[in-house]
Ligand binder design. Structure first.
Ligand code: MN
Length: 201
Protein backbone atom coordinates (compact mmCIF):
# COMPACT_ATOMS: atom_id res chain seq x y z
CA UNK A 1 0.00 0.00 0.00
CA UNK A 2 1.28 3.46 -0.77
CA UNK A 3 0.06 6.93 0.02
CA UNK A 4 -1.78 8.82 -2.68
CA UNK A 5 -1.95 12.44 -3.71
CA UNK A 6 -5.55 13.52 -3.16
CA UNK A 7 -7.05 15.89 -5.69
CA UNK A 8 -7.80 19.46 -4.71
CA UNK A 9 -11.38 19.74 -3.40
CA UNK A 10 -12.01 22.63 -5.86
CA UNK A 11 -10.65 23.98 -9.15
CA UNK A 12 -7.15 25.44 -9.38
CA UNK A 13 -8.59 28.90 -9.99
CA UNK A 14 -11.22 28.68 -7.23
CA UNK A 15 -9.29 30.76 -4.69
CA UNK A 16 -8.38 33.51 -7.13
CA UNK A 17 -7.67 36.42 -6.61
CA UNK A 18 -6.41 35.65 -3.09
CA UNK A 19 -4.36 32.66 -4.23
CA UNK A 20 -3.61 32.57 -7.93
CA UNK A 21 -4.10 29.65 -10.31
CA UNK A 22 -0.43 29.05 -11.18
CA UNK A 23 0.54 28.95 -7.50
CA UNK A 24 -2.20 26.40 -6.82
CA UNK A 25 -1.12 24.23 -9.76
CA UNK A 26 2.55 24.19 -8.82
CA UNK A 27 1.85 23.92 -5.09
CA UNK A 28 -0.44 20.92 -5.42
CA UNK A 29 0.87 19.14 -8.54
CA UNK A 30 4.60 19.63 -7.86
CA UNK A 31 5.29 20.43 -4.19
CA UNK A 32 2.54 18.36 -2.56
CA UNK A 33 3.08 15.55 -5.08
CA UNK A 34 6.80 15.46 -4.27
CA UNK A 35 6.11 15.08 -0.53
CA UNK A 36 3.84 12.11 -1.23
CA UNK A 37 6.33 10.51 -3.64
CA UNK A 38 9.26 10.92 -1.27
CA UNK A 39 7.21 9.58 1.63
CA UNK A 40 6.42 6.48 -0.43
CA UNK A 41 10.08 6.01 -1.38
CA UNK A 42 11.00 6.07 2.31
CA UNK A 43 8.20 3.70 3.30
CA UNK A 44 9.31 1.16 0.67
CA UNK A 45 12.35 0.49 2.85
CA UNK A 46 10.11 -0.68 5.70
CA UNK A 47 7.18 -2.71 4.38
CA UNK A 48 6.43 -3.79 7.96
CA UNK A 49 5.18 -0.23 8.57
CA UNK A 50 2.82 -0.22 5.61
CA UNK A 51 -0.35 -0.85 7.63
CA UNK A 52 0.07 2.41 9.55
CA UNK A 53 -1.87 5.50 8.58
CA UNK A 54 0.05 8.71 7.98
CA UNK A 55 -1.56 10.21 11.07
CA UNK A 56 -0.38 7.22 13.14
CA UNK A 57 3.16 7.57 11.80
CA UNK A 58 3.31 11.30 12.56
CA UNK A 59 1.76 10.97 16.01
CA UNK A 60 4.52 8.58 17.12
CA UNK A 61 7.69 9.38 15.18
CA UNK A 62 9.79 7.49 17.70
CA UNK A 63 8.11 4.29 16.53
CA UNK A 64 9.26 4.97 12.95
CA UNK A 65 12.54 3.18 12.08
CA UNK A 66 15.43 5.53 12.58
CA UNK A 67 16.71 5.35 9.01
CA UNK A 68 13.46 6.78 7.61
CA UNK A 69 12.35 8.90 10.58
CA UNK A 70 13.55 12.22 9.17
CA UNK A 71 12.04 11.43 5.77
CA UNK A 72 8.68 10.57 7.35
CA UNK A 73 8.81 13.69 9.50
CA UNK A 74 9.60 15.96 6.53
CA UNK A 75 7.79 14.33 3.60
CA UNK A 76 5.03 12.68 5.62
CA UNK A 77 4.47 15.98 7.40
CA UNK A 78 4.41 17.73 4.03
CA UNK A 79 1.88 15.25 2.65
CA UNK A 80 -0.43 15.54 5.67
CA UNK A 81 -0.11 19.31 6.14
CA UNK A 82 -1.03 20.07 2.54
CA UNK A 83 -4.07 17.78 2.66
CA UNK A 84 -5.30 19.80 5.64
CA UNK A 85 -4.38 23.11 4.02
CA UNK A 86 -6.53 22.43 0.92
CA UNK A 87 -9.47 21.42 3.07
CA UNK A 88 -9.45 24.44 5.35
CA UNK A 89 -9.70 26.75 2.35
CA UNK A 90 -12.66 27.19 0.01
CA UNK A 91 -14.04 29.63 -2.54
CA UNK A 92 -16.67 32.09 -1.28
CA UNK A 93 -15.50 31.47 2.29
CA UNK A 94 -13.89 33.67 4.93
CA UNK A 95 -15.90 35.60 7.50
CA UNK A 96 -16.03 34.38 11.08
CA UNK A 97 -16.64 31.02 12.75
CA UNK A 98 -20.04 30.32 14.29
CA UNK A 99 -21.46 28.63 17.39
CA UNK A 100 -19.19 26.35 19.42
CA UNK A 101 -15.97 27.21 17.64
CA UNK A 102 -16.71 30.94 17.96
CA UNK A 103 -17.20 30.53 21.73
CA UNK A 104 -14.01 28.48 22.06
CA UNK A 105 -12.03 31.15 20.19
CA UNK A 106 -13.55 33.88 22.36
CA UNK A 107 -12.68 32.07 25.58
CA UNK A 108 -9.13 31.30 24.44
CA UNK A 109 -8.23 34.63 22.84
CA UNK A 110 -10.76 37.18 24.15
CA UNK A 111 -12.37 37.77 20.77
CA UNK A 112 -12.01 36.92 17.08
CA UNK A 113 -9.88 39.99 16.29
CA UNK A 114 -7.39 39.02 18.99
CA UNK A 115 -7.26 35.48 17.64
CA UNK A 116 -6.53 36.80 14.13
CA UNK A 117 -3.79 39.06 15.47
CA UNK A 118 -2.15 36.15 17.34
CA UNK A 119 -2.40 33.87 14.33
CA UNK A 120 -0.87 36.52 12.04
CA UNK A 121 1.90 37.09 14.56
CA UNK A 122 2.69 33.36 14.45
CA UNK A 123 2.61 33.37 10.64
CA UNK A 124 4.82 36.46 10.36
CA UNK A 125 7.17 35.42 13.16
CA UNK A 126 8.12 32.11 11.60
CA UNK A 127 11.58 32.77 10.16
CA UNK A 128 12.12 30.85 6.95
CA UNK A 129 9.75 28.03 6.04
CA UNK A 130 6.95 26.65 8.16
CA UNK A 131 3.32 26.74 9.17
CA UNK A 132 1.00 28.70 11.45
CA UNK A 133 -1.55 26.63 13.36
CA UNK A 134 -4.75 26.76 15.35
CA UNK A 135 -4.95 23.54 17.33
CA UNK A 136 -7.09 21.87 19.92
CA UNK A 137 -4.89 21.30 22.94
CA UNK A 138 -6.54 19.53 25.84
CA UNK A 139 -9.89 21.27 26.26
CA UNK A 140 -8.66 24.59 24.89
CA UNK A 141 -7.22 26.14 21.76
CA UNK A 142 -3.72 27.32 20.98
CA UNK A 143 -1.94 29.22 18.21
CA UNK A 144 1.73 28.81 17.30
CA UNK A 145 4.00 28.09 14.35
CA UNK A 146 6.24 25.18 13.42
CA UNK A 147 9.34 24.99 11.24
CA UNK A 148 9.58 23.14 7.93
CA UNK A 149 6.85 20.45 7.70
CA UNK A 150 6.65 19.73 11.43
CA UNK A 151 3.17 18.94 12.61
CA UNK A 152 1.34 19.43 15.93
CA UNK A 153 0.11 15.82 15.75
CA UNK A 154 3.65 14.79 16.70
CA UNK A 155 3.17 16.75 19.95
CA UNK A 156 -0.23 15.25 20.73
CA UNK A 157 -2.37 18.14 19.49
CA UNK A 158 -5.22 18.20 16.98
CA UNK A 159 -4.71 20.67 14.11
CA UNK A 160 -7.85 22.64 13.19
CA UNK A 161 -6.50 25.34 10.87
CA UNK A 162 -3.17 25.62 9.07
CA UNK A 163 -1.48 28.30 7.01
CA UNK A 164 1.49 27.46 4.80
CA UNK A 165 4.09 30.24 5.03
CA UNK A 166 6.73 28.59 2.83
CA UNK A 167 7.65 31.00 0.05
CA UNK A 168 6.37 28.47 -2.51
CA UNK A 169 2.87 29.16 -1.13
CA UNK A 170 2.86 32.83 -2.11
CA UNK A 171 5.98 33.99 -3.94
CA UNK A 172 4.61 34.01 -7.52
CA UNK A 173 1.83 36.45 -6.61
CA UNK A 174 3.10 38.22 -3.51
CA UNK A 175 6.91 37.92 -3.86
CA UNK A 176 8.36 39.00 -0.48
CA UNK A 177 5.05 40.38 0.84
CA UNK A 178 4.13 37.63 3.28
CA UNK A 179 1.95 40.00 5.32
CA UNK A 180 -0.25 40.73 2.30
CA UNK A 181 -0.63 37.00 1.58
CA UNK A 182 -1.55 36.30 5.21
CA UNK A 183 -4.02 39.19 5.27
CA UNK A 184 -5.73 38.09 2.04
CA UNK A 185 -5.80 34.45 3.08
CA UNK A 186 -8.56 35.10 5.64
CA UNK A 187 -10.91 35.53 2.66
CA UNK A 188 -10.62 31.84 1.79
CA UNK A 189 -10.67 30.25 5.25
CA UNK A 190 -13.27 27.48 5.31
CA UNK A 191 -14.64 27.96 8.84
CA UNK A 192 -17.26 25.25 8.32
CA UNK A 193 -14.47 22.69 7.90
CA UNK A 194 -12.50 24.10 10.85
CA UNK A 195 -15.65 23.82 13.00
CA UNK A 196 -16.26 20.26 11.80
CA UNK A 197 -12.75 19.32 12.86
CA UNK A 198 -13.19 21.09 16.20
CA UNK A 199 -16.39 19.13 16.95
CA UNK A 200 -14.93 15.78 15.91
CA UNK A 201 -11.71 15.95 17.95
MN1 MN B 1 3.42 24.16 0.74
Amino acid sequence: MSFELNSLPYAYDALDPYIDTLTMQIHHDKHHAAYVNNLNLAMEKHPEMSSKSLEALLSDLNAVPEDIRTAVRNHGGGAWNHDLFWQVMAPKAGGEPQAGLASAIASAFGNFANFKAEFEKAAMGRFGSGWAWLVKKGNGLAVFSTANQDNPISDGMAPLLALDVWEHAYYLKYQNRRAEYVGNWWNVVNWAEVARRYSSK
